[in-house]
Design a protein around this ligand. Structure first.
Ligand code: SAH
Ligand code: SF4
Length: 456
């Protein structure tokens, strides 16, 4: 067996050479979903490839890229605030080049140009080639930058243990509240072999865990001619050298097939964790949301998942205060949460989005009611999450260490629970057997039992 390699890639020494190659630097600001994070990582990979160094200081940056989200009003407001604050930066340094990308941009370029004249470039998600308009060095770059994997890391000082890989763009559903289909278009699956090649590059550069991404990730392949689907892709990615863990986000209940459930159960690298947004537990609300399933169908999928995948953990998304949602309908959502007992729930207050169907309806729920419902969901979930965490104290878990924060090592269990532990030495990227010592609602504390040597 090969000796355990802590750092498959050289780490810090090369980082300074990045800065010295052009002396230029970039700042990137990202908000929103994992897809945005992945696309920002691609921008970073491209800029570092042509010698730009990352900075967190606006005044130092030659290029600033903002990656935006408009899924809820609060996110859009944050983006607008950020853009506004850059007016002063641009006034003080007219040479700085500022770009805006993400869901705020799609189809809105003309009005945005008028609203924000200090922004030099607007480019739609994935239109990476257009960066050349403000980064001329990209024109003379060696090789095909479009083929860079997300999280390309030969020159990075941050050794990346986990990476996101988009596998399908867009969404063919038309949930009545959701702006995503308008901003991300219809589903387009990336070619199967291209994804496997990207994951292979990531595996050989030291990445240990990949999360395959899509707004409706389990619609993967429906538009491809060869009939291969997400379960087939997971089977291929499962055997990529170096990749110890595979996750995928976000699934739609309509397409959560038995085949997919068996793939998670059978493939060793597939983590026993399912993120399956339900949004509401009431059939009339689900119908008005145009989710295309009933709560009975959802419960059936959860039962099949739990019966097939031992120790599986579950996460979901909930929207409270959807137009016209009555107290009784909301209680059906609470009942579903009590019955299923998710490990994690992301809850959002309904936010009307311009252009969507439900934004035209007049039975908007008052903010105070939305807020009270939000708290009711959180109260239940905090209790459930704490109980589930407490039940793990004294148990052993396998965690993958992905960072060091506030003096402690940080990792995740295969079930996606956040775990911290104290230890000297360098544990980044290692798979560690730990014993859980303490539980809180949001995370676990642990002690390492033994380092599980991983040959690759
Ligand atoms: N494709 C995924 C989710 C995409 S959007 C799915 O089908 O579930 C991410 C989350 O944002 C959603 O799960 C939903 O809970 C929330 N969301 C989307 N639109 C929203 C809106 N108008 N108001 C409040 N929350 C919203
Ligand atoms: Fe939006 Fe529905 Fe598509 Fe999810 S499935 S991205 S909520 S339209």
């Amino acid at each position: 067996m090969e000796p355990l390699r802590l750092f498959p890639q050289p780490v810090t020494p090369q980082a300074s050479s990045t800065a010295s190659r052009s002396g230029k630097s970039y700042l990137i600001w990202t908000i929103g979903c994992q897809m945005n994070e992945a696309e920002s990582a691609k921008v970073e990979a491209m800029l570092s490839q042509v010698g730009y160094a990352r900075t967190e200081v606006e005044e130092e940056a030659d290029v600033i890229v903002l990656n935006s989200c408009v899924v809820r009003q609060a996110a859009e407001d944050k983006v607008a605030g950020k853009i506004g604050s850059l007016m002063r930066t641009k006034r003080n340094n007219p040479d700085v080049r500022i770009a805006l990308t993400g869901c705020m941009v799609t189809g809105q370029e003309k009005s945005l140009r008028q609203r924000f004249p200090h922004i030099d470039l607007f480019f739609e998600p994935s239109e990476f080639d257009r960066l050349v308009e403000i980064v001329p060095e990209l024109a003379g770059a060696d090789g095909d930058l479009a083929e860079l994997p997300h999280y390309y890391q030969p020159l990075s000082s941050d050794y990346r243990v986990t990476a996101h890989v988009p596998i399908i763009y867009g969404c063919n559903f038309v949930c009545s509240y959701c702006i995503v289909p308008y901003r991300r278009g219809r589903e387009v699956s990336r070619p199967f072999d291209e994804i496997v090649a990207e994951v292979t590059k990531l595996g050989s550069s030291g990445v240990k865990e990949v999360t395959l991404l899509g707004q409706t990730v389990n619609a993967y392949g429906h538009d491809l001619p060869d009939g291969r689907d997400l379960a087939d892709l997971l089977t291929a990615v499962n055997s990529v050298p170096g990749i110890e863990r595979v996750r995928f986000l976000t699934s739609h209940p309509k397409y959560f097939s038995d085949k997919l459930i068996h793939a998670i159960a059978d493939l060793p690298a597939l983590c026993e964790h399912v993120n399956l947004p339900v949004q509401a537990g009431d059939n009339e609300v689900l119908r008005k949301m145009r989710r295309t399933y009933t709560h009975e169908h959802y419960r059936d999928r959860i039962e099949m998942i739990r019966n097939t995948i031992p120790n599986v953990t579950l996460a979901t998304d909930i929207i409270v205060g959807f137009p016209g949602e009555s107290d009784e309908q909301f209680e059906n959502t609470l009942r579903l949460l009590e019955d299923i007992e998710f490990d994690k729930v992301h809850v959002a207050m309904y936010s009307p989005r311009p252009g969507t169907l439900s934004a035209r309806w007049e039975d908007e729920i008052p903010h105070s009611v939305k807020h009270a419902r939000h708290q009711a969901v959180e109260r239940i979930q905090e209790r459930v999450s704490l109980q589930k965490h407490q039940a793990r104290v004294g148990q052993r878990e396998e965690i993958l260490v992905d960072g060091f924060a506030k003096g402690r090592w940080r990792g995740r269990t295969r079930g996606n629970a956040l775990v911290f532990f104290d230890a000297t030495g360098d544990w980044l990227g290692q798979t560690v057997n730990v014993e859980i010592t303490e539980a809180s609602t949001w995370y676990l504390l642990a002690e390492p039992v033994a380092i599980m040597a991983t040959a690759f």
